[in-house]
Design a protein around this ligand. Structure first.
Ligand code: URA
Length: 240
């Protein structure tokens, strides 16, 4: 990425200064916090009837299954399901909360204002949107963008679990409170969850938590912390 493009995206993130790294020099270490004690495996839900079959589906069948899903009541109010987008063999898997109004209309995750900031954040660490895979905890929009209910998360869990298995990423970036809490099975605040490399599931996929871009739009001073989270994610993805 050219320097001006890079600084453009850093600017969008509210990062004023960018000191290029000297070749061969290690990245500035992100301050290691005391790890928060959390359950390493997901506690998203009880299993639902039909989950076992979902765990064996390939990409096209899984996508088709989601598009006609009526497992929870959200199917009655959605316009479109929002399955996921990007490189299905990506190193980075980004998991957000649920579709909003724009996503519900377009059928693609993170396409509204928050999505544009997420795209800028990814560009700041050298990724185009199409080079990562982006999905959500829920595949349908909750009315009025309310928080997902536990039974809705439970109904969608197998879809997400299968997506994680199929992408098999080097890193999961949990974007926002809802994603972090459901993936890590904890109610610990984002402030305490960020800054630590967690691990997801039986394959112990490195997982980093960051603020939701919608929150960053309301609280731009927190963008610097999100920048630190992305650096930590880079470190985690490269085995650090
Ligand atoms: N917020 C999310 O968490 N996901 C989207 O897809 C859009 C907004």
């Amino acid at each position: 990425m050219g320097t001006s493009l890079h600084s453009e995206y850093l600017q969008a993130m509210g990062i004023q200064q960018w000191v290029p790294r000297i070749r061969g020099e290690a990245a500035t270490p992100v301050s290691a916090k005391t790890p928060v004690e959390i359950t390493p495996s997901p506690e998203m839900s009880g299993a639902q009837a039909g989950d076992n079959e979902i765990f064996s589906l390939d990409w096209p069948t899984l996508e088709a299954r989601v598009s006609t899903c009526e497992r929870c009541t959200l199917h009655a109010t959605r316009n479109r399901t929002v399955f996921g987008a990007g490189d299905r063999a990506a190193d980075w898997l980004i998991i957000g909360e649920a579709p909003g109004a724009d996503e519900d209309r377009q059928g693609e995750p993170f396409v509204g204002r928050a999505g544009k900031l997420l795209t800028a954040m990814l560009r700041a660490v050298g990724y185009q949107r199409k080079q990562v895979y982006i999905t959500n905890i829920l595949k349908c929009r909750p009315p009025q963008n309310r928080d997902p209910l536990p039974d809705e998360v439970a109904c969608c869990h197998a879809y997400l679990e299968r997506q994680i298995e199929l992408v098999n990423p080097r890193l999961i970036l949990a974007v926002g409170r809802i994603a972090a809490h459901n993936l890590l099975g904890t109610n610990t605040t984002i402030g305490r969850l960020r800054g630590t490399i967690h691990h997801y599931g039986k394959d112990r996929i490195p997982l980093v938590v960051t603020y939701h871009p919608a929150y960053l739009l309301r609280s731009p001073l927190e963008k610097r912390k999100a920048w630190e989270d992305l650096q930590l994610a880079q470190q985690a993805a490269s085995g650090g």
